[in-house]
Design a protein around this ligand. Structure first.
Ligand SMILES: N[C@@H](CC=O)C(=O)O
Length: 362
């Protein structure tokens, strides 16, 4: 792509995921953050002032964004007129978020969302670009329903599943039937740091509201099929999940147990992981990690601190593949929850939607 950069608005720009969007989009070759928006409380302030004392990333606030005046994310018309599309990471109720995103889409502004409000909407694609790029086709039906020509909503799935779903996907031809997964989730997934959540130092909390349901249900839509203007969820495999909050800043680890209809050999599994690449890699999208999946032979890898930034935080690392007494295999997988699992996954999705012509300059 050599044309002018698309103008991007970040809704919910002051929160943890919003900050990640702002950081990841600094110097992006196709997209430029020209507008930041948040709640009425932050509106009117310079972005650098609005995030003062709560900028959670190690990198500096990008100079091009620091001086922007924060808009009110609810000013749909004014924001829509100013940008080509928006990323959405607002902190509102599910109902408010669902309405806000539809308002933008109806105002002809594409929305690529980190929020869960529309993940269950059958004509909204929920995308991991390497796995279900074809689900973007459902946007045509969504546009008809919303009466939009240019606007639409696309979402990315929950961060908790973005390690094990990519690891299992290349093995689909062996018919995975049962999956048990335990996730060990970083505190940034709750929008927190150790400063803002001291209770998490030297502690594990065995409950994350709504997380187990999302971890079990959302993969079925990702593996679903397009039929009659809807994504129809897959029936197999059955997934059971336990999700724990652990004292880690970034990076969600998953311990996975899987049983197949036809058990692949260890060599088959390793070869399929090694050779797997998706449309983002084939198209050479700017944020596509190469490789997407990396397997470590060392018993002590992947480790959160060492491996979460693989592929600039967009890759998934896997290790400890071994036979299991109850299932066929067990292994561990790791992904960066605020990069691949949140803002980075949404940026890659927007790149794919742009490459395929769904998002265009006005
Ligand atoms: N709900 C997750 C965030 C992922 O989207 C978490 O709490 O870690």
């Amino acid at each position: 792509m050599s044309q002018k950069k698309l103008k991007v608005g970040v809704l919910g720009a002051t929160g943890m995921v919003g900050q990640r969007f702002v950081a990841l989009l600094e110097n992006h070759p196709w997209f430029e953050v020209t507008l930041v928006a948040a709640s009425a409380n932050s509106a009117g302030q310079k972005y650098a002032d609005a995030v003062k004392g709560r900028w959670a990333l190690k990198s500096q606030i990008p100079a091009g964004t620091a001086g922007l005046t924060v808009k009110n994310a609810s000013d749909v018309a004014a924001i829509s007129d100013a940008v080509d599309f928006v990323f959405c990471a607002v902190d509102m109720t599910k109902e408010e978020t669902a309405k806000l995103e539809e308002d933008y889409a109806k105002r002809e502004t594409p929305v690529v969302s980190n929020n869960s409000a529309h993940r269950g909407t059958p004509d909204v694609p929920m995308m991991i670009p390497e796995i279900n790029p074809d689900h973007a086709q459902v946007i045509e039906a969504q546009r008809k329903r919303l009466g939009a020509k240019r606007g639409f909503i696309a979402v990315k799935p929950n961060c908790s599943l973005q390690s094990y779903v990519p690891a299992i996907h290349p093995l689909m031809k062996f018919g995975p039937k049962k999956i048990a997964v335990c996730t060990y989730q970083a505190i940034s997934g709750a929008g927190k740091t150790f400063e803002s959540w001291p209770e998490m130092v030297d502690n594990v909390i065995p409950f994350i509201k709504g997380e187990e349901e999302k971890s079990e249900k959302e993969p079925m839509k990702i593996w679903g099929r397009l039929e009659g203007g809807k994504i129809v969820a897959a029936q197999d495999p059955v997934i059971t999940a336990q999700c724990l909050r652990v004292p880690v800043s970034d990076g969600h680890m998953a311990a996975v147990f899987v049983q197949f209809e036809r058990k692949p050999s260890r060599e088959d599994v390793l070869e399929l992981w090694k050779s797997f690449s998706g449309k983002p890699q084939k198209l050479g999208l700017p944020s596509a990690p190469k490789p997407f999946l990396t397997y470590f032979e060392e018993d002590s890898r992947p480790q959160t601190r060492l491996d979460r930034d693989a592929g600039n935080g967009q890759a998934v690392t896997i290790g400890r593949l071994r036979p299991d007494a109850l299932f066929d295999y067990r292994f561990v997988a790791l992904s960066h929850n605020t990069v691949r699992g949140a803002a980075g996954g949404a940026v890659l999705t927007a790149e794919l939607l742009t490459a395929d012509g769904w998002i265009q300059a006005k």
